[in-house]
Write a protein that binds this ligand. Structure first.
Ligand SMILES: Cc1cc2nc3c(=O)[nH]c(=O)nc-3n(C[C@H](O)[C@H](O)[C@H](O)COP(=O)(O)O)c2cc1C
Length: 181
């Protein structure tokens, strides 16, 4: 599959069969995360790969947004930096963006390997921290569930290109995109 096909056919997977993920595939997926772009190349992320069924159960209990019995979950987080003068914590905002890039790499690599997964932001932070024994200043930002899909969901409604793309100026339409789905 070409990269564009991987991007186009990836879906959020929320139901899985119980086939385990080989450690070789897990390593490929985590390596894709490691290679994601990051602001200033700071790579302020940690990926906690959870495959122990007992720990997975506890993660699930912390995460109302985690559907299905994933055979692995990647907890992605980072140490938060203190804003120097009480202003916006710019470094941490960029760090959170970086984690979004890494998560997409995980989802695309998983899909390319025949696996599936879903990003999950709906979880209880302190509960997750306790389960994985994270240090105080470290915050989980996103979970990614992983496993072999037990169904193939249809693409949910997506906005048309012409609805979200502006040409040269805000609000200016690009004619070639009109009417395309
Ligand atoms: C930052 C983020 C958080 C998300 N959190 C959840 C979640 O907690 N639970 C869930 O089932 N899906 C979650 N999703 C998945 C979205 O619902 C999904 O990407 C969206 O419906 C589009 O579907 P698609 O991924 O198949 O294109 C999240 C996605 C993103 C990017």
């Amino acid at each position: 599959m070409s990269l564009l096909d991987v991007i186009k056919t990836r879906r959020s997977i929320r139901s899985f069969n119980d086939e385990p993920i080989s450690d070789e595939d897990a390593e490929k997926i985590l390596d894709a995360a490691r290679l994601a772009p990051s602001g200033g190349n700071r790579q302020r992320w940690d990926f906690i790969y959870v495959k122990d069924p007992r720990v997975l159960r506890m993660i699930k209990n912390c995460s109302p947004g985690l559907y299905g019995d994933a055979v692995a979950v990647v907890v992605i987080g980072m140490e938060m930096v203190k804003a120097p003068f009480g202003g916006a914590d710019y470094g941490s905002i960029v760090g959170v963006l970086d984690i979004g890039f890494a998560a997409e790499n995980i989802l695309l690599a998983a899909h390319a390997l025949g696996l599936g997964g879903c990003a999950i932001a709906s979880f209880n932070e302190s509960c997750i921290k306790k389960v994985i024994d994270a240090p105080a200043a470290w915050r989980p930002i996103l979970l990614v569930s992983l496993g072999y899909p037990s169904d193939q969901p249809k693409m949910p409604p997506k906005k048309q290109l012409s609805e979200v793309v502006h040409l040269d100026r805000y609000g200016r339409k690009w004619e070639r995109l009109e009417g395309k789905t």
